[in-house]
Design a protein around this ligand. Structure first.
Ligand code: SAM
Length: 202
């Protein structure tokens, strides 16, 4: 298992294997849930190798954060416009105060974070007055789907959850899921819990 995790940690392997074994995922659809981003300041937490660059249209600013230096190295090999900023770090309150993001991207992030860390990050974003919406996508454990659940257990993220567990985290943080769907990979072998979140301002 440790070898498998290390192998998937190589950015090239992660990108190619995921597409070859699963026939791609629903990320393209979920990015679309962000709507028009031309005026937006986007913060992409767990930006990885820069998959967002292939999915997003025009943006005012893009700020990508990732704790994995190797993934960011690969991201930097892309031809990046001047409004793209990358940080090899976890996001802090000071980052949010400075960047003032309007939309947040957390694709494949929450299942890498233990409950306390995920709750801390989500509530920091939910309290950020400039954030209007956020998207998430994570593998999800489902009763009666043994192949999906095996893939979840093999995932590099060690906090894959059930749909109700993800929903509880999101709600407790002060976000409302205005859209929440379990969507299949291209070949139907794996499933992902995907959300469009808006800040609950009550
Ligand atoms: C499954 S990958 C997703 C990458 C990219 N968003 C995508 O969809 O292709 C999860 C990424 O989250 C990063 N990550 C894990 N914990 C993090 C944290 N606390 N802050 C920022 N990035 C983190 C990992 O290094 C990894 O690159």
């Amino acid at each position: 298992m440790a070898f498998y995790s290390r192998l998937l940690g190589v950015p090239w392997v992660y990108e190619r294997l995921r597409i070859a074994l699963l026939g791609g995922g629903p990320a393209g659809d979920v990015f679309g849930w962000l709507g028009d981003t031309r005026e937006d300041i986007l913060i992409d937490i767990g930006c990885g190798t820069g998959m967002a660059m292939d999915r997003l249209g025009a943006v005012a600013e893009y700020h990508g954060f990732d704790t994995d230096a190797r993934a960011l190295q690969r991201f930097r090999r892309r031809a990046l416009p001047e409004n793209v900023h990358l940080y090899n770090a976890a996001v802090t309150q000071a980052d949010l105060d400075r960047i003032q993001p309007t939309k947040a991207i957390m694709m494949g992030l929450l299942h890498h974070l233990a409950d306390a860390k995920a709750a801390g990050l989500l509530s920091m974003l939910a309290r950020c007055p400039t954030v209007r919406s956020a998207i998430t996508l994570d593998p999800v454990l489902i009763d009666g789907k043994p192949l999906n659940n095996l893939l979840c257990r093999l995932d590099r993220g060690s906090h894959v959850r059930t749909r109700p567990q993800y929903e509880a985290l999101i709600q407790a943080a002060g976000f409302e899921a205005v859209r929440a769907e379990v969507l299949p990979s291209g070949n139907g072998a794996a499933f992902y819990f995907c959300t469009l979140l808006s800040r609950n301002q009550e």
